[in-house]
Design a binder for this molecule. Structure first.
Ligand code: ASP
Length: 311
């Protein structure tokens, strides 16, 4: 059997009503495609899964279309507070940051924490000091404050409510998109890794932390089972530890990514009527995704094949 790699990325789940506009749809799909092809390039020349997910998540953070890095949504005070996590399926090593500002690529800081600190998660000012210690520069506020995000916060404030990224302009209940970005990969050696990064939810309280940096909720990777990244209503995912639950389906019942996603999504729905989606690659490199929202922006390359992107 020739060695192959697999790679999946996502850019949020929900109704994605704004994507009815074809020009916006093309921008999303094009962005995913470029990032997947870059991932192909590095994985096929032997990059490890950790490097691949860090690179793909960083590129998604750099695209203001997505709710992470420079496209992050704003808190109730009009600030950006980001969460991110990364995990290595070889040894369950992980790194995470929560409620950080002025860091262009929080997933890179999570990686530095994984590789260079004795801790798993750092938050707020402590995370910034560690970033400085590692030579990472602070990025000024204006880099993050896009006009779209300021308008989105104004709308949420008018309605006196917390909104999720790409919430429909009209109050639409389930018609929401949960931003966040994520990447999962299986490299040529069969190693798995996961990364998830987010600005969280619009008009969130200062200090609110979602699922994205929580190991077992927003991401999980174990070479023995699979790698998972999630997007959706973080509180639902933390209560169900959905990423670890999906991994446990394979650990305790066997089977692959498809069965595990079906079981995990059913559990999420049954227990908390959870809203969002997941991308999963199992140890054999098979890819699967599932979501309880109408759509999820995602793309994949399975066993080195063609890049497929869809909503
Ligand atoms: N899961 C993220 C959070 O709750 C939001 C999202 O996926 O858009 O912070």
């Amino acid at each position: 059997m020739p060695k192959t790699f697999s790679l999946m990325i996502h850019g949020g789940a929900g109704a994605l009503d704004n994507i009815k506009d074809d020009r916006i749809a093309v921008r999303y799909l094009e962005s995913l495609r470029v990032i997947l092809e870059h991932g192909r390039e590095i994985l096929s020349r032997g990059a490890g899964a950790v490097e691949a997910v860090e690179t793909c998540a960083s590129q998604l953070e750099d695209d203001p279309l997505f709710n992470a890095g420079c496209g992050s949504v704003l808190t109730e005070h009009g600030h950006v507070e980001m969460d991110a996590g990364i995990m290595d399926g070889r040894d369950l090593a992980a790194g995470a940051v929560a409620a950080v500002s002025n860091i262009a690529n929080p997933v890179q800081l999570a990686r530095l924490i994984m590789d260079g600190s004795e801790h798993l998660m750092l938050i707020g000012e402590g995370a910034l000091r560690f970033a400085e210690h590692c030579g990472m520069k602070r990025t000024p506020d204006h880099y993050f404050l896009t006009p779209e995000r300021v308008a989105q916060l104004d709308q949420a404030r008018l309605k006196h409510r917390i909104m999720l990224d790409h919430d429909a302009v009209e109050d639409a209940g389930e018609e929401q998109k949960y931003g966040t970005v994520g990447a999962v990969a299986r490299d040529l050696e069969g190693n798995l890794a996961a990364a998830t990064s987010t600005g969280g939810i619009v008009n969130k309280r200062m200090g609110r932390v979602g699922d994205s940096p929580i190991i077992g909720a927003g991401l999980y990777a174990d070479n023995e089972t699979c790698t998972v990244s999630t997007t959706g209503y973080g509180e639902d995912f933390m209560r169900t530890l959905i990423a670890k639950t999906i991994s446990d389906v394979i650990l305790f019942k066997g089977g692959g990514a498809r069965d595990a996603v079906t079981a995990g999504i059913a559990y999420l729905q049954r227990k908390v009527t959870g809203r969002g989606g997941v991308i999963v690659i199992d140890k054999a490199g098979d890819c699967a995704s599932g979501f309880t929202t109408k759509k999820m922006v995602h793309g994949w390359i399975e066993h080195g094949g063609e890049a497929i992107c869809r909503f």
